[in-house]
Design a protein around this ligand. Sequence first.
Ligand code: ADP
Ligand code: MG
Length: 237
Amino acid sequence: MREQRSKGVAGTAEGDGEASLGAAFVIQWVNELASAVRDQRDYLTQLDAAIGDADHGINLDRGLRAAVAKLEGMEQEAPGIILEAVGTALTFTVGGAAGPLYGSGFRDLGRALGSKERFGPEDLLVALRSGLGAIQKLGAAAVGDKTIVDAFVPGLAAFERGLRAGAGWPAAATRARQAAEDGMRATVPLQARKGRASYLGPRSMGHQDPGATSTALLFSALERAAGGTARAVGEPP
Ligand code: ADP
Ligand code: MG
């Protein structure tokens, strides 16, 4: 174990090291996500107005503000404990379908990392898989149902392929973000089979799914925390 070495965050020279990530990295990831959701709040809400009840951006923004506030003073905690705390904050403050889904996703992400101080990209892959598992266990959605899962599954698969390709973990995070955004765009023609949008039947077709869009933001926040340069989804070039 090399857990006591440099506290550098991801994207540093040791970004591919087996245990290069720590509390600072997960806090940055959550902060990046919170600021992206704040910027895109109205956009997410507009997407939800078309096929839901116009609250997705408002709900997530409220939850992530609560999560960020909770992280104040947690810099000394283990990364897994921090992500579990984010999950709890989201479960209790987001509401709707997305609250419990993202809440349990972050909770299981954190649990997978356990109490270790430092972790590596492979651990992150396992933890993301665990987070997706929680989301699918709770929501029972598969790819093609027009949900969060439509962005998460391809994002995660691309992250794994990127790690296997050996181009460095920030590059894997870039691939993940691109694939999550492709998955997000691919929800447009689909008919929703889960959640509120499914009540619309075929009228849900032709609209991008709000939850898949916020999941693309989760991967773009990961890319930025990894040291990449992604713009937030929906931002002008
Ligand atoms: P609500 O629909 O309760 O208002 P939100 O507006 O916050 O909740 O979130 C809506 C999003 O939740 C949808 O766009 C969809 O991506 C996601 N969602 C809904 N049901 C599920 C599910 N069973 N599994 C995964 N994601 C889901
Ligand atoms: Mg809604």
